[in-house]
Design a protein around this ligand. Structure first.
Ligand code: IPE
Ligand code: IPE
Ligand code: MG
Length: 262
């Protein structure tokens, strides 16, 4: 099945990536965009294909969106690839996703390096197959000197687990005398999260039409602008991405303050 899929040069791969960026103010491009890439299974079902085919198409789509994001001047793209809850799925689907991650992280290294993409990860290492961990470490190492867009992949990630882990690490440091309780503020705490040194997402995109955050970046999205589309992830074109950015640029980000015009 995999070989068959890999051999298929999909329409996505052949897509012309020159997209119109008319209507985008280059001065107000979000620095950090986070995406909940949902709807792969339903996309496949609509085509009378197995859900796994949707995951394959979704991975192809991600390649395009990374290039588009980079071209638009976005500095960080966080992408939800596998949640701590996704283990509940049938073993065949989980194994396929793990294999897909393995292949993606192997085959994309050259591409990452050509396009100056730096990869980093969020999520729990425990529970992931050794092969995937190996490919993650390799991707980190091989792309560490790249200084273009950061592709922050969430694999075996859950926002609640991330926060709980951070709390435990803080407690251990307090216990060890490395940190005092008085010193714990937002900045200190954020350094214990998987997003250490990254600014929070300016924009959170969810495809697939559901209005929920599904345990994604719970701490970090406190003031992110949310953009939702019914389009399934494999259909999330660069044109739609640009539409999301255009809408984002019309938002009034008050962050608890007042509208500038008032
Ligand atoms: C998102 O697509 C990818 C993962 C969660 C791994 P889904 O697999 O959730 O697709 P739907 O939402 O069932 O259509
Ligand atoms: C969120 O999608 C997780 C990823 C995109 C990896 P899910 O399909 O797992 O979320 P729910 O079940 O709709 O909340
Ligand atoms: Mg889903």
């Amino acid at each position: 099945m995999f070989d068959e899929m890999l051999k298929t040069r999909t329409a996505l791969e052949n897509n012309d990536l020159t997209v119109s960026i008319e209507g985008i103010d280059p001065e107000c491009v979000p620095q950090h965009v986070a995406v909940i890439m949902d709807g792969n299974g339903r996309w496949a079902k609509e085509r009378h294909k197995p859900r796994t085919y949707g995951h394959y198409a979704g991975a192809e789509r991600l390649k395009e969106i990374v290039r588009t994001a980079d071209g638009l001047g976005i500095k960080i793209l966080s992408a939800y690839a596998f949640s701590t809850e996704n283990w509940k799925r049938p073993i065949t689907e989980v194994s396929f996703i793990m294999k897909l991650l393995d292949i993606y992280l192997t085959n994309e290294i050259e591409n990452f390096n050509q396009n100056n993409v730096r990869v980093r990860f969020m999520g729990k290492r425990e529970g992931l197959p050794a092969k995937v961990l190996e490919k993650m470490d390799n991707a980190l190492e091989k792309t560490k000197s790249n200084h273009g867009i950061i592709l922050n992949l969430a694999i075996n990630y859950g926002g609640q687990t991330e926060i709980l882990h951070a709390v435990k690490k803080v407690a251990l440091d307090v216990k060890a005398g490395l940190l005092s309780i008085e010193e714990i503020d937002f900045t200190v705490f954020e350094a214990y999260l998987d997003t250490k040194d990254l600014p929070p997402p300016d924009l959170l995109i969810r495809t697939g039409g559901d209005f929920r955050v599904s345990n994604f970046m719970l701490w970090q999205i406190a003031y992110s602008e949310i953009w939702n589309t019914a389009a399934f992830w494999p259909d999330f074109s660069s044109e739609l991405f640009i539409k999301a950015l255009q809408d984002y640029q019309k938002r009034d980000r008050r962050v608890g303050g007042l509208n500038k015009k008032i």
